[in-house]
Design a protein around this ligand. Structure first.
Ligand SMILES: Nc1nc2c(ncn2[C@@H]2O[C@H](COP(=O)(O)OP(=O)(O)OP(=O)(O)O)[C@@H](O)[C@H]2O)c(=O)[nH]1
Ligand SMILES: [Mg+2]
Length: 241
């Protein structure tokens, strides 16, 4: 979709990401001749981004102006579901014109939104690859809430997230979930978290539903720390999975 088109790369939800990993991603894109802007759409200062858009199309606008035409710049905002595309547009517009929500698939169709008299943004539904053969990438998209929870096995997803956390930031498991037995594996991790947080049902059974949804929610909302799932060098740092 972007072939032959100018693009501005935004790394949104930077407030949830490991700052060191974000820096590495910025260098990675810089080495490829592209500028990537880490942003926090909810508190973005619109001026900087509007200037970046302005800079990237100035030559086209000026060429048109020489012919006496005042061009309206039209920009498509694209990305995987739930990354904050509509939130960003609302922030730039200064009002809640685009529907947003804490789940994927909120924007259902394309919608042009006027930002300034000479800038329109197209809000688009989040897109995923038609097939994802890379199981690790698919799992990570599920962790971040880009895939609807009701089409995945939440139980298996929460277990694999806990396994990943145990491997890369075990202190999170003890600090947040009070799991002290680091030898727990697979489904035992859910038991350990239920015990640690006291999520028990009548009769002393573990409340797995609550456990799975809280583990995923706390990860997605940053309560488990600023975590980045992928680093450009493929390495995982202390606060990366
Ligand atoms: N922490 C954090 N949350 C954000 C940020 N930007 C957006 N959000 C939240 O992320 C959720 C998804 O935002 P949307 O703007 O609806 O995402 P979208 O990309 O338009 O999603 P779809 O339309 O479903 O593809 C909302 O709960 C937002 O409040 C950000 O920079 N940081
Ligand atoms: Mg949207």
């Amino acid at each position: 979709m972007t072939a032959g088109k100018r693009r501005i790369l935004l790394l949104n939800k930077a407030d949830l990401a490991d700052p060191e990993a974000t820096r590495k991603w910025v260098w990675f894109f810089q080495a490829r001749g592209e500028t990537a802007y880490p942003i926090h759409a909810l508190s973005l200062k619109s001026k900087e981004l509007l200037s970046a858009i302005d800079r990237s199309v100035r030559d086209i606008v000026e060429a048109a102006e020489e012919k006496g035409i005042r061009k309206t710049v039209r920009v498509m905002v694209i990305g995987v579901p739930n990354v904050g595309k509509s939130t960003l547009i609302n922030r730039l517009r200064g009002s809640s014109i685009a529907k947003t929500g804490d789940r994927p698939g909120v924007t259902k169709s394309n919608q042009w939104i006027h930002i300034t008299p000479y800038l329109d943004l197209l809000d688009t539904p989040g897109m995923l690859w038609p097939r994802l053969d890379d199981q690790l990438a698919a799992r990570r998209l599920c962790y971040i809430g880009s895939v609807k929870d009701d089409v995945v096995d939440i139980y298996a997803l929460a277990i694999s997230l806990l396994e990943d956390l145990k491997a890369s930031c075990p202190e999170t498991l003890s600090a947040r979930f009070h799991v002290d037995d680091q030898s727990a594996e697979n489904a035992e991790l859910l038991d350990a978290v239920c015990r640690g947080r006291g999520w028990l049902l009548k009769g002393g059974r573990y409340d797995y539903d609550r456990c799975c949804s809280v583990v995923l929610d706390e990860f997605r909302s940053g309560k488990l720390g600023r975590i980045t799932l992928e680093s450009p060098d493929g390495q995982t740092g202390e606060s990366s999975l």
